[in-house]
Design a protein around this ligand. Structure first.
Ligand code: DGT
Ligand code: CA
Ligand code: CA
Length: 364
């Protein structure tokens, strides 16, 4: 089988870096991006933080209050609310650059993607590392964003490699360097190996990838089951034959608002819903997209979530259809509604480009 060349690209401290891009003064300060759980100031969790904040032990998922405590001595610390629309906009720009540099492009999420570049670099790792550097430069110039890239013969090693020298890293692992690269790494560096598996290996005094390589496949199967055992057996040898699958960055457009008062009255919610429809529709039009699915969601007064969505018959960019569908969803969602609603949101997904669609589909 021909050796492939696969990139894994991951944007550095993504949400926090987006905030630095629109406000460069933040760069020298600890920056935390927060998901506030309600109208209160301090409840919720950290989505991510820049590397200055990470020096104080701030990471994704910790409570905001906890982060504030850890950063107490840094009076210049900044805590910002998440702004998904803006992050998606930034992501799209960088993804476009990446997409144009790949034979096959696989979108994974807002801040990462895999690229198969085998053909365009003619299977040459030197050319591949130049291409990776060019992509980094181009994203830096056009979007002002830094990313880390892993380059190797498969998705597994590239995923590990992109994380190896963060931020602003480029790690190239050609076939003859795989074992040298993987051997010294901790076993938990392998995607899918979490605390539990790591602990089990620790009990066997196996800490690094090269240690686990000593186990035969039967022992691994017995310990972790056939599927996981086989995965680990291959992974520690750097073997992985998952292809890069074509997947474009078709993201959703969404808006959510906190209502002026908690409510479950149709009329009041309806008024708010129409405002949201207009806002989302403006984005859809501006981006020349069509949508085929509409969803609404509630954050209820006890902070629980409720959502409903509907697939349309054809892709559309019609405001009227968006209003009609979301109105229906609202009515259905309010049947048997006992608890009041605090925040109301809508989203459109299953996006497609208007260009390339025949007028007929657009019309109906
Ligand atoms: P990195 O790649 O280590 O430099 O840092 P990030 O922040 O890019 O981390 P990554 O790649 O794991 O996650 C990408 C984005 O996803 C991140 O900027 C914020 C969001 N995210 C990650 N973990 C969490 C989480 O636990 N909660 C929430 N709300 N968002 C998260
Ligand atoms: Ca990232
Ligand atoms: Ca990521």
């Amino acid at each position: 089988m021909e050796t492939k060349i696969v990139f894994h690209i991951d944007f550095d401290y993504f949400y926090a870096q987006c905030e630095e891009i629109r406000n460069p003064e933040l760069k020298s300060k600890p920056v935390c991006v927060c998901v506030f759980s309600d109208r209160g100031e301090n409840t919720g969790a950290i989505a991510t933080a820049n590397y200055t904040a990470r020096k104080y032990g701030i990471k994704s998922g910790i409570p905001i209050l906890f982060a504030k405590k850890r950063l107490e001595e840094r009076k210049d610390s900044v805590f910002l609310p998440v702004d998904f629309d803006y992050y998606i906009e930034t992501s799209e720009k960088a993804m476009n650059i990446m997409q144009n540099s790949a034979d096959v492009f696989e979108y994974v999420g807002k801040d990462e993607a895999y690229l198969d570049v085998t053909k365009r670099v003619e299977g040459d790792f030197k050319k591949a590392s130049h291409l990776a550097q060019q992509i980094k430069n181009s994203i830096r110039e056009k979007v002002k964003l830094s990313c880390s890239i892993g380059v190797s013969p498969n998705k597994l090693i590239s995923k590990i490699a992109s994380n190896f020298q963060k931020p602003d890293g480029l790690t190239v692992v050609p076939p003859d360097k795989i074992h040298e690269f993987l051997g010294p790494l901790r076993i938990r560096t392998i995607p899918g190996i979490g605390n539990k598996t790591e602990k089990r290996f620790a009990e066997m005094s196996l800490e690094r990838i090269k240690d686990v390589k000593k186990l035969d496949v039967f022992t691994l199967n017995k310990e972790f089951g056939r599927k996981n055992g086989a995965y680990i057996y291959n992974a520690v040898r750097g073997e992985n034959n998952e292809p890069v699958k074509k997947r474009e960055a078709t993201i959703q457009y969404s808006k959510i608002i906190t209502l002026k008062r908690d409510s479950k009255e149709l009329q009041f919610l309806h008024e708010n819903l129409m405002v949201l429809c207009n806002e989302v529709h403006d984005i859809v039009r501006k981006k020349s997209k069509m949508f085929k699915s509409v969803g609404i969601n509630f954050v209820q007064s006890d902070l629980s979530n409720k959502s409903k969505s509907r697939m349309l018959r054809n892709p559309t960019d019609s405001l009227e259809e968006l209003q009609r569908t979301s109105e229906q969803l609202l009515k259905e969602a309010l049947e048997n509604q006992t608890i009041t609603i605090r925040r109301l949101g809508i989203k459109v997904t299953e996006l497609s480009e208007i260009q390339g669609q025949s007028d007929i589909t657009r019309f109906f």
